[in-house]
Ligand binder design. Sequence first.
Ligand SMILES: Cc1cc2nc3c(=O)[nH]c(=O)nc-3n(C[C@H](O)[C@H](O)[C@H](O)COP(=O)(O)O)c2cc1C
Length: 227
Amino acid sequence: MTTVLHIDASVRAVSNPNPEHDSISKKLARRFISAFKSMIDIDEYMYRDVGINPPQYITQDWIGAVFTPEHNRTAEQKQVLAQSDEYIAELKKADIIVISSPMYNYGMPAQLKAWFDQIVRINKTFDFDLARGDRPLAPLLTGKTLVIITSSGEFGFEKGGINEAYGHLVPHLRTLSKYLGVTEIFEIASEYQEFADHRHQASLTQAEAKADKIAGELAKNLKPVTC
Ligand SMILES: Cc1cc2nc3c(=O)[nH]c(=O)nc-3n(C[C@H](O)[C@H](O)[C@H](O)COP(=O)(O)O)c2cc1C
């Protein structure tokens, strides 16, 4: 039994009148979720499509509210933080976080970054103490598993790949995952979308197989041992 938080970030819908416009990352995430659900009972499944329903951008008022002690916050400040509070409550409940994201301009979509900006919040998901020296930030959550599912038009963003230096999507997600309380990460990537050739088909096929495999591994680890 487990709780899953699923975040999709593509601005494309999962299915469109022309299937060539369907979001690859969302389709892969759905495949992963349905494989996982077929193997294990999920206590709670929480879903957000931040690509189609973008989070608010943080503002100066948001920062002011965050740094105001909770008991001193005005009604307006509480309202400014309402979306952040809601996202953080979902994150706290989650055992497994699934983030599907397209690569836009070599990184994550602004909508997904906006979700992280609402979530990575002082005294909620991390705290700050100069007594820690040069690394004063420490996460407050732990023990979560993250499944990162990505789709890109080009290829070779992995270590040693031809576009390694431009691959800011997965490294950024990995860096931020610390503040989600993530201690285990799985990656599924489809590449070559813009080439629309056999390499894209092969990449997609391996990503689908990997989604099924990781779903199986996670479900197996969670299943109660029966004597
Ligand atoms: C605005 C925009 C920017 C993009 N930038 C990149 C990029 O920098 N590198 C890349 O490999 N692909 C890029 N692509 C291609 C997408 O990553 C690719 O179409 C991917 O499949 C989109 O994910 P989705 O299918 O889940 O919507 C871009 C696409 C769009 C629409």
